[in-house]
Design a protein around this ligand. Structure first.
Ligand SMILES: Nc1ncnc2c1ncn2[C@@H]1O[C@H](COP(=O)(O)OP(=O)(O)OP(=O)(O)O)[C@@H](O)[C@H]1O
Ligand SMILES: [Mg+2]
Length: 113
């Protein structure tokens, strides 16, 4: 099992969701976050407006998947979020030790999807 965390441009979220659904990935957590990458947030635009602060609005997408869904999930995030411009975001992939579905007590791969 892996936990995939992607930091993306907020305006790409709908496209990322669409691409994930096309790969049969439906279980996601989304949060609004602030961050900056190598450019330290100084040269980016949000909805056509230049952001003044050092920390820019980003969206964090978290998806826990079984091994066979790792590459399809990465592919879908790339498809939805990549524009070729700075600030497109990053994908972090972590080993996930355990998952528990609280309602049933199921664990591991059974509990994820
Ligand atoms: N190494 C990192 N650790 C933690 N968060 C990061 C890291 N790199 C990027 N992020 C997060 O991802 C967001 C988007 O990063 P961004 O795409 O600007 O990365 P970058 O390395 O600057 O690449 P690029 O040159 O394409 O802009 C940042 O605003 C920050 O929230
Ligand atoms: Mg950057």
């Amino acid at each position: 099992m892996k936990l995939i965390v992607a930091i993306i441009q907020p305006y790409r979220l709908e496209e990322v969701k669409k691409a994930l659904y096309a790969e049969e990935v439906h279980l996601i957590t989304v949060s609004e976050v602030l961050g900056h990458g190598r450019q330290k947030g100084v040269t980016e635009y949000y909805r056509g407006v230049r952001e003044t602060g050092n920390l820019l609005r980003k969206v964090r997408v978290e998806i826990a998947v079984n091994e066979n869904f790792v590459e399809p999930t990465i592919k879908a995030i790339m498809k939805g979020a990549q524009t070729g411009k700075v600030g497109d975001g990053k994908i972090f992939i972590m080993d996930l030790k355990e998952c528990v579905r609280i309602r049933t007590g199921e664990r591991g791969p059974e509990a994820i999807g």
